[in-house]
Design a protein around this ligand. Structure first.
Ligand code: TYC
Length: 103
C-alpha cells in the first residue's frame, strides 16, 4: 500500500539476479536402420533447417553417433523430442532423440 492509504501496489525490485532459463539441446542418435532421407526430412520439418543444413546434421549423426539438432527451453525441447519419436514410430523407424540440459 502507498503511504496515502490508497490501494495502489508498489513493487520493489529487491534483486538484479535474474537467471536465464536452463536451455536444452535436442540431439538425435544414429542407428543402422532409419533411412538417411527420413532423418533429413525430420530435421527440416521439426528443427526448421533447410535441406543443406539438415543433410549436414544427419551426416554428423551418421558418422559420430549423435548430433545436436537445436537448442530450446525445456518445454519446447520436450515437444521436439515427442514430435520426432512420434514421426519415427509412425514410419516404423527406430530413430531415437533425446533432450539434454546444457552448460
Ligand atoms: N545410419 C543410418 C543409415 O545409414 C542413417 C541415420 C542417420 C540414422 C542419422 C539415424 O539419427 C540418424 N541409413
Amino acid at each position: 500500500r502507498t503511504p496515502d492509504g490508497g490501494d495502489s501496489v508498489v513493487l520493489e525490485r529487491r534483486s538484479q539476479k535474474i537467471e536465464p532459463p536452463q536451455m536444452y539441446q535436442v540431439a538425435m542418435l544414429n542407428d543402422d536402420y532409419t533411412p538417411m532421407e527420413f532423418v533429413v526430412m525430420v530435421i527440416q520439418e521439426f528443427f526448421s533447417k533447410d535441406r543443406e543444413a539438415a543433410t549436414q546434421i544427419m551426416l554428423k549423426i551418421h558418422l559420430d553417433g549423435k548430433g545436436v539438432c537445436g537448442v530450446y527451453s525445456r518445454d519446447v525441447a520436450a515437444t521436439k523430442v515427442d514430435q520426432v519419436l512420434d514421426a519415427a514410430k509412425q514410419a516404423g523407424h527406430p530413430l531415437q532423440c533425446v533432450s539434454e540440459p546444457i552448460e
